[in-house]
Design a protein around this ligand. Structure first.
Ligand SMILES: [Zn+2]
Length: 284
């Protein structure tokens, strides 16, 4: 975060006076120049925002312009900015830990600022990934499930706070797929774990690569997944993104973990059992 000194608004001293505006307008010679100048002058958009504006931003009924927080774009400028942000971020990331582990560490750091008693005044804990957003009625609809936890893995979870404290001592497990881990832990203790009735939406900016699929395979092994289940799940459980050919990397990770004798999670037998049952049911 930048210090207050750097955040001093510079806009005011750069504002054009009405005379200056008139002067510029008097030399404008094309419709395009007119559009660009007036567009930036009257909307208050930043240059980069103005460049990316499209019809969807404009609410003609209410005479409003809404700038989205994020917008998928593959223009040169955006690609360059993304690459720069990513490489800066990667420099700071401790590669020893997976995304799930780091997310949990960050969440636990914040949760650690409160005692369990302070947390217990809340009914629910909502955890949403930063590349996701909530559709309308997300909370109302998912509360209708009256589940102890909603959302198995993917973009977020809605958890009953009382149980989050009781079962997990108000801390997220610091493992590869922390959300799946939480969900299975709840199931293991016989609690009501449900999938979303209304899913969070994702911006589709996730970067899936070989390494990620390999790690996913290791994680699936530890969670007690069975091979037939991996072979039939050609899609990511939540995003619905096709795994396709990459299933090879998942299987490679799975066997690597098996050969290495990785320790499975405490709920793995339950998962194995559930998956066999599901497959049997499908075949009969
Ligand atoms: Zn762009």
């Amino acid at each position: 975060m930048s210090s207050k000194k750097n955040r001093k608004p510079k806009t005011k001293e750069n504002l054009l006076s009405p005379e200056q505006v008139d002067k510029v307008l008097s030399v404008i010679s094309s419709q395009r120049e007119d559009f660009v100048f007036k567009g930036i002058l009257y909307t208050g958009l930043r240059n980069s925002e103005f460049l990316h504006m499209n019809k969807r931003w404009i609410n003609f009924n209410r005479d409003l312009l809404r700038v989205p927080g994020k917008q998928e774009c593959n223009c040169k400028g955006c690609k360059y900015a993304r690459r720069k942000i990513r490489s800066e971020a990667n420099k700071k990331i401790d590669k020893k830990f997976s995304t799930g582990e780091r997310a949990s560490k960050a969440l636990n750091y914040e949760l650690g600022k409160y005692t369990n008693e302070e947390l217990s005044v809340y009914d629910y804990l909502l955890r949403i990934d930063d590349d996701s957003y909530l559709p309308e009625h997300f909370i109302e609809e998912n509360l209708k499930l009256d589940a102890d936890i909603v959302g198995s893995s993917g973009y977020g979870q809605l958890i009953k706070m009382k149980l989050f404290i009781e079962v997990l001592n108000a801390r997220f497990p610091e493992v590869w797929s922390e959300d799946g881990h939480v969900w299975y832990t709840f199931k293991y203790y016989g609690l009501k774990a449900e999938k979303y009735r209304v899913k969070p939406e994702n911006f589709g900016t996730r970067n899936f690569n070989k390494k990620r699929y390999f790690g996913d395979g290791i994680s699936r092994y530890k969670k007690g997944y069975i091979i037939p289940h991996i072979l039939v799940s050609f899609r990511e459980p939540m995003s619905g993104r096709k795994v396709g050919f990459n299933v090879i990397y998942i299987i490679a990770g799975y066997f690597w973990a098996m050969l290495k004798g990785e320790k499975k999670y405490f709920f793995s037998e339950m998962t194995t059992d559930l998956q066999w049952k599901r497959i049997m049911r499908r075949n009969t």
